[in-house]
Design a binder for this molecule. Structure first.
Ligand SMILES: *[C@@H]1O[C@H](CO)[C@@H](O)[C@H](O)[C@H]1NC(C)=O
Ligand SMILES: *[C@@H]1O[C@H](CO)[C@@H](O)[C@H](O)[C@H]1NC(C)=O
Length: 291
């Protein structure tokens, strides 16, 4: 039965392993001969060749050694000192530190057909120096290009509201998708952050107008509710004042008092309420006499 390729979560088959290190690098007779000659040559010219044999890599670097074109068994060397045989060995230094990289702003169309410009930051490092050298030509550049296309692909499946509110989820999804693809390259994507989501100016204006209208509507409702309560309270107050005729007199004096303190230069002319009380009570005698 033919074996089905394993499906990953993104629905794609994982990239084929290009090089299988388990196949033992068995040297042919010729290779042996060349190796022995190189050894002898290096030994005979020891005082000079010693400087070509000793190599050093930094704490954060590893060296992948190729002997006659084949990767030397035992993995990448380092950090510190390691030896090579001149003429038949070559090596490549790999930096294992985390690389931060800014994905340039991507103009893309969201699911609900809004153009947005999104940029992101990606942090990755080489997790396996050997396979990052032999499986991909330029691991760093490939990861950067992949980050751009992944950003577009993932944001293309989201609506504008999701892009604006679900940044955390988008970052996580991007990180896992990227990491899955870069695993065969010996690259570990540690973190992806969506930095900025920019909307077109026209849409920004429309959204601002919408928010403003909503706020205005709320303000009007609150004002109307206040009005309603105030009118009830006023009606209550009028009822109370109407019940006791002395109250209107007191209110009148209070008003005079407030006018005199506020409007400094206004001339106050107290108008006797006795003159107007006839309009309220007719010829009836009021319960309380005004003097
Ligand atoms: C790197 O990958 C190779 C091949 O898959 C494997 O043999 C080796 O152990 C890995 N090295 C590390 C440090 O994981
Ligand atoms: C009232 O007017 C006088 C003179 O015009 C001024 O000095 C004073 O500050 C005023 N008082 C108030 C409470 O406005």
């Amino acid at each position: 039965m033919p074996q089905q390729p394993r499906k990953t979560t993104s629905g794609r088959a994982p990239p084929k392993k290009i090089l299988d290190l388990t196949s033992d690098a068995d040297f042919s007779v010729c290779s042996w001969l060349v190796t022995i000659i190189a050894f002898i040559f290096a030994f005979l010219t020891l005082p000079i060749s010693i400087w070509l044999c000793i190599k050093v890599v930094q704490e954060y670097e590893r060296a992948v050694i190729f002997r006659l074109g084949r990767v030397k068994r035992g993995g990448a060397r380092g950090p510190g000192l390691f030896f090579i045989i001149p003429c038949i060995d070559s090596f490549k230094k790999i930096d294992l530190r985390v690389v931060s990289f800014e994905v340039p702003p991507q103009e893309l169309l969201s699911k609900d057909s809004v153009t947005v410009a999104v940029d992101a930051v990606v942090y990755f490092r080489i997790s396996n120096a050997t396979i990052s050298v032999i499986n991909v030509e330029d691991a760093s550049r490939s990861t950067k290009l992949l980050a751009q296309t992944t950003l577009r692909n993932i944001l293309g499946t989201k609506t504008l509201a999701e892009v604006l509110s679900d940044r955390e989820a988008i970052s996580l999804q991007m990180q896992s998708t990227l990491d899955e693809t870069t695993e065969p390259w010996g690259v570990k994507v540690e973190r992806v952050e969506v930095k900025d989501v920019r909307l077109p100016h026209q849409l920004q204006r429309a959204m601002a107008a919408e928010a403003e209208a909503a706020r205005e509507a709320r303000a009007k409702i609150i004002a109307a509710e206040g009005e309603q309560k105030a009118s009830k309270a006023l009606a209550d107050a009028a009822d109370v004042i109407a019940q006791s005729p002395c109250a209107i007199q007191l209110r009148y004096l209070q008003t005079l008092n407030s006018i005199s303190s506020e409007k400094n230069n206004t001339v106050i002319f107290p108008y006797p309420l006795d003159l107007v009380k006839r309009f309220f009570y007719g010829n009836k005698k009021p319960a309380i006499k005004y003097h």
